[in-house]
Write a protein that binds this ligand. Structure first.
Ligand SMILES: C[S@@+](CC[C@H](N)C(=O)[O-])C[C@H]1O[C@@H](n2cnc3c(N)ncnc32)[C@H](O)[C@@H]1O
Length: 302
C-alpha cells in the first residue's frame, strides 16, 4: 500500500510514464482471509484496481512460487524489486533468489520477524536447506547457543546465502520501531548505486517516529535514532566499525569509504573521513602521510 501510494502521489509522477504495461505490483498472499482484506483495503484506498495507471495484481499463493509468477507475467529481462516480507516465515528457495540476482537490475529485500531466530528447531531442516542452499551453510548458525547472538548468526548466514545466489552487495540490519518488535532485514543488489539509494532512504526515515537502524556487527554501540546528518559527534557505531576494519589491515581512506558503503548497514562513503579524523585524534589509528586526508591516505592501526 505504501509503495503504491508513494508511486501514485510522487512529485515526478508525470515524468514516470506510468502505464499498466510498464509497472506491475504483484502481491502474493497465502492466507485467504488476509488476501480478501488486502483487496478490500486497496480498493477502499485507491478505487477500482482495474482503473489505476499501474497494474496491481493480487494473488493467493506461496512466496516460494514467486519465480513462476514472474515467468507468467513475463517479468524476466525487466527490473524486479522482490520484497519477501512474510512475518518470519522465510521459505523462498535460494534458487529463486539466484534467478532474481541474474535478472537485469534486480534486487531483493527479505525480512525476518523476531521469532524466526528462536523457533528454528520447529522448522523442517529440508526447508532450511532450500532457503540457504545446503545444510552445511546454516548448521553453524543453528549451533549458536547464546540467545542474544542467534539473530546475528542467522542474519549473516542469510546475507552470505544471498552472496552465493549472486548478489554482489548485501546489507543486513535490524529495524527498531519506537514501540513493538524489531524487524530484521537483508537487502541484495548488484549495483553500488542501489546500495547508495537504500542508505539514503534509511537516513531519510531514521529518527522519524523513533525508528532506528542497527548494524548487527556492533555490540556495545548504543542504539542510534534521531540522527542528524553531519552534525553532532561522530557516532560510536561508525567509530567502532572503522576501527575494526583498520585493525584487520591498513587501508586507504578511499577504500575505507567504499567498505563503509558496501559492507556496513548504514554508513556511507562520506563518513570515512570524519571517522578517521576522530580516531587519529584519539590516538587509535595513524595515517600516512600525515596532514590533509585524501582518498589515498593510508590508515593503519597504531
Ligand atoms: C508482514 S505481512 C506483509 C506486509 C506487507 N509487506 C506490507 O507492507 O503491508 C506478512 C504477510 O505474509 C503472509 N505470508 C506469510 N508467509 C507467506 C508465504 N510463505 N507465502 C505468501 N504469503 C505469506 C502472511 O499471511 C501475512 O499476511
Amino acid at each position: 500500500m505504501l509503495v503504491l501510494n508513494r508511486l501514485l502521489t510522487h512529485t515526478f509522477v508525470e515524468r514516470m510514464m506510468l502505464s499498466r504495461r510498464r509497472v506491475r505490483l504483484i502481491f502474493i498472499e497465502k492466507d485467504a482471509a488476509r488476501f480478501d482484506h488486502l483487496r478490500r483495503v486497496l480498493t477502499r484506498r485507491f478505487g477500482p484496481l482495474e482503473d489505476l495507471p499501474v497494474h496491481v495484481d493480487l494473488r493467493r499463493g506461496e512466496a516460494k512460487d514467486a519465480a513462476a509468477v514472474l515467468t507468467e507475467v513475463r517479468a524476466w529481462g525487466h527490473p524486479v524489486l522482490a520484497i519477501f516480507d512474510s512475518w518470519g516465515n522465510v521459505n523462498v528457495p535460494l534458487t529463486v533468489m539466484a534467478q532474481i540476482a541474474r535478472n537485469r537490475s534486480s534486487e531483493v529485500i527479505t525480512t525476518f520477524g523476531p521469532n524466526w531466530f528462536s523457533r528454528r528447531a520447529e522448522e523442517n531442516p529440508e526447508a532450511l536447506d532450500m532457503v540457504f542452499g545446503g545444510r552445511e551453510y546454516w548448521q553453524a548458525a543453528e549451533r549458536e547457543g547464546r540467545p542474544d547472538e542467534r539473530w546475528r548468526a542467522w542474519l549473516s548466514t542469510y546475507r552470505d546465502a544471498l552472496g552465493r545466489a549472486g548478489f554482489a552487495h548485501r546489507l543486513q540490519f535490524q529495524v527498531v520501531p519506537r514501540t513493538g518488535q524489531p524487524l530484521y532485514l537483508v537487502y541484495g543488489t548488484n549495483h553500488q548505486a542501489g546500495v547508495e539509494a537504500m542508505k539514503d532512504a534509511m537516513w531519510e526515515v531514521d529518527g522519524n517516529d523513533g525508528m532506528s537502524f542497527k548494524d548487527p556487527r556492533t555490540r556495545g554501540a548504543p542504539m542510534i535514532g534521531q540522527m542528524a546528518l553531519g552534525v553532532g559527534p561522530v557516532q560510536d557505531e561508525l567509530l567502532e566499525l572503522v576501527n575494526q576494519r583498520v585493525q584487520q589491515a591498513p587501508v586507504t581512506l578511499g577504500d575505507l569509504g567504499i567498505w563503509l558503503l558496501l559492507e556496513t548497514a548504514r554508513w556511507r562513503k562520506q563518513d570515512a573521513k570524519r571517522a578517521v579524523r576522530e580516531l587519529v585524534d584519539s590516538g587509535v589509528v595513524t595515517i600516512e602521510p600525515t596532514g590533509r586526508l585524501t582518498a589515498r591516505t593510508r590508515v593503519m592501526p597504531r
